[in-house]
Design a protein. Structure first.
Lengths: 472, 342
């Protein structure tokens, strides 16, 4: 089930109503059944994979706790759990990619190998496997008590608002909340509905409208002039942001309706002054996952320069591969890693002088924000391109076709939606829509709701644009 | 509680205002963008047509080398030169689409009689679960009976079946594997799927006794297309029933044009078992719609011979001029005999 579907419009109020009508002891069961229905709406049989991961990690948690005094056994259970979870991820996500490259390599070496692997990736596999792994790691480290109740643990992995596209939750936040008694509070309903409305606006009105233009150009980049190709690149930056931020905001709102606070995934990322800050503001739950479970255990930044470069590259390349099994994703991660290292090195050599006048610092900050946005936009081409050749076509078309080619004609209304989105991003700098609304007077608030609601209904793109991160 | 009540009231007031704004400034533009089939119905109203013909590609498809390229509907109108007539032709459409097109025509219009194409294949799973359904259903959302804003809401939240081609094909295949065939005598296969598979294995042989793959494939297509039985719960039956009710309510005479199928070819490739099912379905439709007041069903099912069918390697209702003329003549005669032309 997707958030911007009529099914979800019916499903969510029913679940919220049942949640508050049922006693605390049966809520977990209702939420688990609802989450199963939500997931099975896509491809029912894939729930078996999800349950296999849940059973392995649930058992591993208990066994690790049981053998807390025996580090060897504890580590064995930990390794079994992590390896089996990663194996599931590998088979469904990377086996086809590895096979294709293996076949290509063999053919280059003159060997006649023609194996084919066709496995459809279950929706949201990368998200829930990482969420499940974070539980196992936390239990192993002793930061989290093993969950004895299978239902609560299953719900922790399957909680429908964040099941397929995150945010990737930690047990310390979500699992704890699932046990808490949630009273009906008007504030939760009000904040939740605000978030859902705002999320729908940026997904259905902004991202999907921009997506139509992006698809046109990316399908045939050589048909368009360079300005149009560059415009499509910028549009994609806002499309992917609107799409993913929209989804995360609806997820946040859906959970909030039942009193659950799940983690913020975005904090105005395009206002970042450098790539490091961008990753503190973009897909925060994934960045912090890699930071806590990969980067820090490798030594983080408290190591020699060479080792630090290695650590950074490992994290970014892994992040790239996490997004998709293709060379373009790997390259995207690699590019971000290199840029991060270059920027950090330059910052260390030329530290910001605090004695500069304020206006100069502000001007430099604006330039830095623009520079970061431009670089991130260039890197998104690797992310969006269908393959390596398409990526090259886009880059070539962006610099070599100023004279000829078609001009992308953008409807004035689309500029209005984009302008509204950018304005909202500026207004919500380091804040969130539901919290920002709190301080506003009744009439202004309801005027904003009315505008957003009307736009969601009357101005949204009616073509089917699946959430981009569903493919991961 | 008072706080909540005020907000609920404000919300509904906003919805009313939004509906007004949307209807006044946005709805028509959206209709032209997403549901332009509405114009087909509007044209017949604007032209003050008294008789209208609703059909799909069978109405306008003709042989590329033919001199007479007239539509079936034009051939019918040639019998009534003094009467204003019009057609609503939309490829791949079916009873549900016709119903929605007719619903747009107001009762006060000059329409007196409607001729609706009844395509036997449209009752089959292959058409019910056709990949074209996503686009067709999407076009109908804005034409629903709800206020315009609600229709736009349904369109925005994709209240129509979005499925890929393979998903539609799977649904059709599963339907054919599920549905049981019934014969008054012993028959080897229980479902269309089994029969289709058996034909593929067995194959059609040519005059030299060799397996002919092209003919085998065509025979399988005939089986998967016509080997089914229409039941009361078939969605097309419900849609045709709705058309009958709508015409009755609007005071229109209704003529169902049961289109000709290539029964000769079905008999030649597959045999009498398939012809039995085709006839059984025809009987069902004649029985259901043939004896209603102000409704006439013109049974054209086997009036066109094999040579008059344009498509030789697929099952369609595309006829050369001779075939179109036969159907047009029979419809025109039905209109006259039943005194639907005043």
């Amino acid at each position: 089930m997707v958030f911007n579907s009529i099914e979800y419009v019916i499903f969510l109020p029913v679940v919220v109503l049942l949640f508050y009508l049922l006693p605390q002891k049966s809520r977990w069961l209702m939420l688990l059944v609802a989450s199963c229905v939500f997931y099975m709406w896509f491809v029912p049989k894939y729930i078996l994979i999800l349950f296999a991961t849940i059973i392995i990690d649930y058992s591993a948690g208990i066994l690790m706790e049981k053998h807390a005094d025996d580090p060897k056994k504890k580590k064995t259970y930990f390794v079994i759990s992590v390896v089996s979870t990663l194996l599931v991820l590998f088979i469904f996500k990377y086996l086809g990619f590895v096979n294709d490259n293996f076949v290509w390599l063999c053919q280059k070496l003159g060997l006649n190998v023609r194996t084919t692997v066709k496995i459809i990736l279950p929706i949201g596999l990368s998200f829930h496997t990482f969420q499940s792994m974070s539980y196992v790691i936390e239990v192993y480290r002793g930061n989290q008590k093993a969950e004895r109740h299978f239902g609560y643990y299953s719900l922790y992995v399957m909680f429908f608002p964040q099941l397929v596209t995150g945010p990737i939750e930690r047990p310390g936040n979500l699992l704890r909340q699932l046990h808490e008694h949630k009273e009906f509070r008007y504030e939760n309903i009000s904040q939740g509905m605000r978030l859902v409305l705002f999320g729908l606006f940026i997904k259905m009105v902004v991202a999907d409208q921009l997506g139509a233009y992006v698809d046109l150009v990316y399908a045939n980049p050589s048909d368009y002039n360079s300005w149009s190709v560059m415009l499509a690149m910028v549009f994609y930056s806002f499309q992917i942001y609107g799409d993913f931020f929209g989804y995360s905001t609806i997820a946040l709102g859906s959970a909030k309706l039942m009193g659950f606070n799940i983690s913020d995934n975005f904090r105005t990322p395009y206002l970042s002054k450098n790539i490091a800050e961008f990753w503190h503001r973009w897909h925060i739950s994934l960045s912090t996952w890699f930071r806590d479970y990969v980067y820090f255990p490798m030594g983080g930044s408290r190591v020699k320069f060479g080792r630090w470069v290695y650590n950074i590259m490992v994290v970014f390349v892994l992040s790239g591969i996490w997004h998709g099994a293709a060379w373009t994703f790997l390259l995207w991660g690699f590019a971000h890693g290199i840029l991060h290292i270059v920027e950090k090195s330059l910052r260390d050599r030329c530290p910001i002088k605090e004695t500069r006048p304020k206006w100069l610092n502000i001007s430099l900050d604006i330039i830095r924000v623009i520079k970061t946005f431009v670089l991130v936009t260039l890197f998104w081409v690797m992310f969006r391109a269908a393959d390596f050749a398409n990526m090259c076509d886009i880059f070539v078309a962006a610099v070599s076709n100023f004279g000829g080619g078609e001009q992308l004609t953008v409807a004035p209304s689309v500029w209005l939606y984009l302008g509204l989105f950018i304005l909202s991003d500026l207004l919500l700098f380091n804040s969130r829509f539901d919290i920002w609304c709190e301080g506003k007077c009744f009439i202004l608030r309801w005027f904003i709701y009315a505008v957003f609601l009307f736009m969601v209904i009357a101005c949204s793109n009616v073509d089917n644009f699946p959430f981009i991160y569903f493919q991961f | 509680m008072k706080k909540l009540l005020i907000r609920i009231l404000v919300f509904f007031a906003l919805i009313v205002v939004m509906n007004w704004v949307y209807s006044k400034w946005f709805y028509e533009k959206d209709l032209q963008k997403y549901s332009d089939i509405v114009n087909l119905s509007r044209h017949v109203v604007e032209d003050s047509c008294r008789i209208i013909y609703l059909g799909e590609s069978s109405n306008h498809t003709c042989g590329w080398a033919e001199n007479d390229k007239r539509k079936i509907s034009d051939m019918i109108w040639s019998y009534f030169p003094d009467i204003r007539c019009g057609d609503i032709t939309k490829d791949a459409s079916h009873a549900q689409v016709y119903y929605n097109m007719l619903k747009i025509i107001p009762k006060e219009s000059s329409v007196e009689t409607v001729v609706v194409t009844m395509n036997l294949r449209s009752f089959d799973a292959g058409w019910i679960y056709s990949e074209l359904e996503t686009a067709l259903q999407k076009q109908l959302v804005l034409l629903k009976d709800y206020p315009p804003l609600v229709n736009r809401f349904l369109l925005a939240f994709k209240a129509y079946p979005i499925r890929s081609k393979s998903e539609w094909n799977t649904m059709a295949r599963e339907h054919r594997e599920r549905e049981r065939l019934q014969f008054p005598y012993d028959f080897e296969w229980e479902t269309t799927g089994q029969w289709d598979n058996a034909m593929m294995k067995q194959g059609v042989v040519d005059s030299l006794g060799q397996r002919d793959d092209a003919l085998t494939s065509l025979a399988c297509t005939y089986i998967s297309t016509y080997a089914f039985l229409i039941h009361d719960d078939n969605p097309r039956v419900k849609d045709f029933d709705a058309i009958v009710d709508l015409c009755r309510e609007r005071g229109w005479n209704l003529v169902f044009n049961l289109l000709a199928e290539n029964v000769d070819k079905a008999n030649e490739l597959v045999g009498e078992d398939l012809v039995y099912l085709i006839n059984k379905n025809r009987d069902y439709l004649v029985q259901r719609y043939g004896s209603l007041e102000h409704v006439v069903l013109v049974d054209n099912l086997d009036v066109v011979r094999d040579a008059s069918f344009i498509d030789r390697n697929w099952t369609t209702e595309h006829y050369y001029a001779e075939g179109r003329q036969i159907i047009a003549h029979r419809i025109a005669m039905a209109l006259l005999h039943n005194k639907f032309i005043k």
